[in-house]
Design a protein. Structure first.
Length: 255
């Protein structure tokens, strides 16, 4: 068996796919560079991300599956599910072997079915992040939001927040994956911070603007006073707002 290591980016994944066809690997497995694989008698090969190779795979898939099909592959990739790279590899090989059909509609194929399920899960997480993410105004005038999504959806929610908050600087940081996106009123860019800065941002009460603190207290009090305890239906509430999203909501914050 050949273990093909890649840098865990989508471009790196498409490069690895290209090289599997290029070098005619047969018994091959795509593995993230940070994963420890000690398969007996395996040959370890490192795939170096190459944008030209990646683009060639992307263009081929767009021709066969359309932009919607590529979107589905991307969503599945961002699920970060164990071995998802090889599920996607088999789907791509299946597609290349059947150039005259959109294989993503053939749910009798177990890999296609799994991709479909992952797409739905990632899409659901994307929409919930867009609904439940809350910004807090920091002393430096930047609106900051911390997230811990189950799936790597940060890049998928950028357009939503950029369109909605065009007139203010904001930063959304994914603490689960250690990177964020900063918008400076013109462009968005990927940012990373060291452990010390991440710790400060996680426990950011001391960084909050005074107006933000007052606003949060007023909102929490308003929510408490308008809540009719006799009509409380926790089962329905949790159904619409799962507990894992409560940490994002101002009205759930304890002062």
């Amino acid at each position: 068996m050949t273990l093909l290591f890649y840098d865990k980016t989508i471009e790196g994944f498409f490069t690895a796919v290209f090289e599997i066809f290029e070098y005619k690997y047969e018994d091959v497995k795509i593995v993230g560079a940070d994963e420890n694989q000690n398969a007996l008698f395996s040959e370890n090969v490192t795939s170096i991300t190459n944008l030209e190779k990646s683009d060639r795979v992307l263009n081929r898939l767009e021709k066969q599956l359309g932009k919607e099909g590529v979107r589905q592959l991307l969503y599945a990739f961002l699920s970060e599910t164990e071995d998802v790279e090889n599920v996607l590899l088999r789907v791509i090989q299946y597609s290349i072997a059947n150039p005259n059909q959109n294989v993503l509609k053939n749910f009798s194929n177990p890999d296609v079915l799994q991709v479909s399920k992952l797409v739905k899960s990632v899409g659901r997480e994307k929409h919930r992040m867009e609904a439940f993410v809350r910004f807090e105004l920091l002393k430096d005038g930047i609106y900051f939001a911390k997230i811990y999504p189950d799936f790597n959806v940060l890049t998928l929610i950028l357009r939503h927040f950029k369109n909605r908050y065009q007139d203010q600087k904001w930063l959304i940081y994914d603490f689960k994956r250690g990177y964020g996106v900063f918008y400076d009123l013109e462009v968005t860019e990927i940012v990373t911070f060291d452990d010390e800065v991440q710790l400060q941002l996680k426990n950011n009460d001391s960084l909050l603007d005074e107006k933000e603190i007052v606003y949060q207290k007023l909102w929490a009090e308003y929510f408490d006073h308008t809540n009719i305890k006799e009509r409380k239906n926790m089962k329905l509430h949790v159904q619409h707002v799962p507990k894992r999203y409560w940490k994002y909501l101002t009205e759930k914050k304890i002062f």
